[in-house]
Design a protein around this ligand. Structure first.
Ligand code: ARG
Ligand code: ZN
Length: 876
């Protein structure tokens, strides 16, 4: 069935309080729910009460203490209906049982390595008890958890601990948790198990003492301290930047090893995929550290943007996700380097969201219909949703943005809100209408911004012509112009910004031009020299843009623009242009060297400035990926031609830069003790980017250097970087290093994921067999989402030439895995299947093979709604 935004109506009943009692047992956990219900004044009188369920077994049912007549209700695993409930407040007592051990979907109550835990977003609570399982039903929860002391000495729930005790003679104990903040069922959680803990006391700005703690599998305590520190920093940041304080006496984070997504913001009890908690010098790379910091912050920030103010319905998912991603991006920017964070976020946006927006799975930031909500936790909802919030801030300015946020927190605290509610606060704070701006939430597809400039020496004017259009997306053939804030400058000699003087009617404030029509022209006056326009500084709008600048002009921006993002963007644009031409050349058997000017600009940069900001320099020296190039080409893509062109370009650039790279490599060698901070990480990133380039120019020297780096590494960043360099050089060296890694880390599947992923991404025809072989490796199991994503996900999304093999064997492998995984874990199966989102961009031969594999999936029997939906839309 299709759920539609326009069909929203409030529930007929409300649930004010929920008293839950869990009797934890590996195979038969009894759950007793006491619900106090009443008719919703906004609902329909005398309506039946329809509670959601999913694979539930009803043991007992009472209304106000009395068993119900068999014909007064209908119960099935999928639901419980009371045909004529009382039209006054009443109490329902429901006893169900569930089997946590058999729960391979990892939704509802399940066990991960013996630890009981829950995942209820989006619709998992109905796998625990019958309920109005939707985000606009807010209730106060009290949860009693009982378990064997031996099996689960630690019992956690939402809110504050209210009671605890032993049950003499039974070997069991219980803990009662009470959460005073009304919340929707998707924020419910419990945990039970044997866990190791790190904790500290955090004092909020108003003086509330909070016990904050991270709980991890036994023996991994040392690997949890970085996450605890990141949590404390997140809490401080939200007080300082958004005026938001924590609101309970405890804040618990639990890391488990089987988890469908990254993490979950359950009230006072966040549950994490351990990938986003566990870190140490020897086991985590610098990007693992950065991700942990970001995800810890993200889930914590949800306490206000998601929990205190939640979503009216799942169409409003971006209300909490886009906003919270924006907040975690800002946090990391403040904690680390703002320009480098922006570059990394834009790389992700383009790699994940632009691709989604250009293919069959494109949808608006706020979708208006869905078949399976789990398939809408997407890059569009999250990352583009964050960009839309960023545009609001860019347009309105920092102060008005903060005023709007304050108003939002004040007005909608304790409610289930909508995008309209959110925008109304900024409209009020700014005194401006945001009606046109709100189209960003409704219209799918990535707009294309085209700009051309004309300088008139005589009148000293510069005219900028702007046009925008958005290609059609599924179900949206016609597109409207959107409101784009274009942060800009006119760059003169030596990189200085010329003053921006325009006619009065042009909407330009603090260097931000608001462009909201299909086309416009802006004339700048008193322009004393021919400028180079620098548009979309800081990537001020999530659009593709095409500006008629020559490579020379772009290289001026690269060396001199005052905006570091656009410095990076300028050189990336030149690289992409040359890589596209190089790809064309490969198809006709030729090879195109990089232009002399590009080589010179990069050599100068590397020699002169690279060291001062190593993290930034590492971004500059990382070439666009094969997928970046494919996306820019857009149609009839031949991944093999792209790979060859990119290899050739990388080799030729590296050869030209070799002496500079060697010097830099020596200078960056550090003898200091390891620290995961951003500037140390930046130096490692640059040194490793250098190693990768040296190996491209001189594989023998690269192999030797990488083998040394691998053996001498005192941290996982250097070890993995060396291994990645070796992985691109066929031969005994690489196989030896891979074997060494496996021997060192065989005991830890989370670390072995890096080993699986790296091998799955080797761009060689033998990789298909390697992946098939690794599926039989003892460390691999399809039922663990991290394993499946590391091996199969990396192959399908991180190895363009081998997934898109011309013989179709890559597509077939993915189709086989999806069909095998679907009955066990439909969410992860559906997510893997989205690797087909680029199939229509391929050249005709590969396209046919991909379509055949997709059709084979679609035609299989007994598919989950998750996989059915992705397959149908992909073929669409
Ligand atoms: N709200 C979580 C987060 O972004 C994601 C949970 C999604 N879970 C799911 N089963 N769809 O932090
Ligand atoms: Zn989130």
């Amino acid at each position: 069935p299709v759920i539609r935004l326009e069909d929203y109506r409030p529930t007929d009943y409300l649930i004010d309080t929920v008293d839950l009692d869990f009797n934890l047992d590996p195979n038969v956990t009894k759950v007793t729910a006491l619900l106090s219900l009443r008719p919703n004044p906004l609902g329909r009188p005398n309506a039946p009460l329809v509670l959601d369920g999913d694979e539930l077994l009803l043991n007992d049912l009472r209304l106000d203490g009395t068993p119900l007549d068999a014909n007064a209700y209908t119960a099935s695993p999928q639901g419980l209906t009371l045909h004529a409930p009382p039209q006054r407040p009443f109490e329902l007592r429901i006893e169900t049982s569930v089997n946590p051990t058999a729960n391979t979907k990892l939704m509802g109550l399940f066990r991960s390595n013996g630890i009981y835990c829950t995942q209820c977003e989006a619709e998992g609570f109905r796998r625990i008890t019958y309920f109005l399982d939707r985000p606009d039903v807010l209730s106060v929860y009290t949860t009693r958890i009982e378990a064997a002391v031996e099996e689960a000495p630690l019992l956690l729930g939402n809110g504050n601990r209210a009671d605890a005790g032993l049950m003499p003679g039974t070997g069991r104990h219980f803990v009662v948790w009470h959460d005073p903040h009304p919340k929707p069922a998707y924020l419910f959680a419990i945990v039970g198990g044997r866990l190791d803990t790190v904790s500290e006391v955090y004092t909020t700005q108003s003086g509330r003492r909070v016990d904050i703690a991270i709980h991890v599998e036994q023996g991994k305590r040392e690997r949890a301290t970085y996450a605890l520190d990141a949590l404390a920093r997140s809490m401080r940041w939200d007080e300082r930047v958004f005026g938001r304080e924590y609101d309970l006496d405890v804040f618990n984070v639990v890391a488990v090893s089987d988890f469908n997504m990254g993490a979950m913001e359950n009230k006072g009890l966040n549950i994490f995929n351990d990938k986003y908690v566990l870190a140490s010098q020897d086991t985590a790379t610098d990007s693992d550290y950065a991700n942990i910091e970001a995800v810890i912050a993200h889930e914590y920030f949800h306490n206000w943007t998601g929990n205190r103010i939640t979503c009216r319905d799942w169409f409003q998912l971006c209300l909490k996700e886009g906003l919270t991603v924006f907040r975690d991006h800002e946090f990391s920017a403040d904690e680390r380097s703002r320009p480098v964070k922006r570059i990394a976020d834009v790389r992700t946006l383009r790699a994940a969201q632009f691709v989604e927006d250009a293919g069959p799975l494109a949808h608006p930031v706020r979708p208006n219909r869905y078949r399976e909500i789990n398939n809408f936790y997407t890059a569009t909802v999250y990352e583009k949703g964050a960009e839309v919030v960023r545009m609001l801030k860019t347009m309105l300015g920092d102060d008005v943005f903060r005023k709007g946020m304050d108003l939002y927190f004040e007005r909608f605290d304790g409610t289930a809100a909508t995008i309209e509610d959110f925008l109304s606060c900024f409209a009020e704070a700014s005194g401006r209408s945001l009606d046109h701006f709100s189209e960003w939430y409704a219209q799918a597809g990535t707009p294309i911004l085209t700009a051309s400039g004309f300088y008139d020496e005589v009148s000293r004017t510069y005219r900028l012509d702007l046009r925008q259009s958005t290609p059609p997306t599924p179900g949206q053939p016609e597109k409207k112009p959107l409101v784009m804030p274009i942060a800009m400058g006119l760059v003169g000699e030596g990189g200085r910004d010329l003053p921006l003087v325009t006619d009065n009617d042009v909407a330009l404030h603090d260097g931000v031009l608001i462009f909201d029509e299909a086309a416009t022209s802006v004339t700048f006056h008193n322009v004393t020299e021919k400028p180079v326009p620098s548009l979309l500084r800081g990537f001020s709008a999530p659009v593709r843009y095409d500006i008629d600048l020559s490579d020379d002009e772009l290289l001026v921006l690269f060396s001199a623009d005052s905006d570091p993002f656009n410095q990076w963007q300028a050189v990336q644009t030149v690289l992409i242009r040359q890589l596209i031409k190089g790809t064309e050349a490969v198809k006709t058997g030729r090879s195109l060297p990089p232009s002399d000017r590009l080589v010179r600009a990069l050599a100068e940069f590397t020699a002169a400035t690279a060291e001062q900001d190593a993290a930034f320099a590492a971004q500059v020296l990382t070439l666009p990926t094969e997928s970046d190039i494919a996306r820019e080409i857009g149609r009839d893509v031949d991944p093999d031609a792209i790979l060859s062109a990119r290899r050739a370009m990388k080799r030729q650039l590296s050869e030209a830069l070799l002496p500079t790279l060697e010097r830099l490599h020596i200078k960056l060698a550090s003898s200091d003790a390891f620290s995961p901070d951003a500037s140390s990480a930046g130096r490692r990133a640059l040194r490793n980017a250098g190693l990768d380039l040296i190996a491209a120019a001189d594989p023998e020297r690269g192999e030797q250097l990488a083998a040394e780096r691998y053996a001498a590494a005192d941290n996982m960043t250097d070890r993995m970087a060396a291994l990645a360099t070796l992985a691109l050089i066929p031969g005994a060296g690489r196989e030896d290093a891979l074997a060494d890694f496996a021997a060192r880390f065989a005991h830890d599947p989370l670390i072995m994921d890096k080993w699986l992923a790296l091998q799955a991404m080797i761009p060689e025809p033998q990789t298909l067999d390697r992946v098939k072989g690794l599926m039989q490796h003892p460390i691999f199991t399809l039922t663990n989402p991290n394993r499946a994503r590391a091996l199969i996900g990396s192959f399908a999304m991180g190895n363009p030439t081998q997934f898109n093999r011309i013989d179709g064997a890559g597509f077939d492998l993915l189709a086989d895995v999806v069909l095998k995984l679907d009955p066990l874990n439909p969410q992860v199966a559906a997510r893997l299947l989205t690797a087909f989102r680029t199939w229509r961009m391929l050249e005709p031969g590969r396209r046919l093979k991909a379509e055949a594999a997709l059709k084979r999936v679609a035609a299989a029997g007994n598919l989950s709604p998750d996989v059915t939906d992705i397959a149908a839309r992909s073929l669409g």
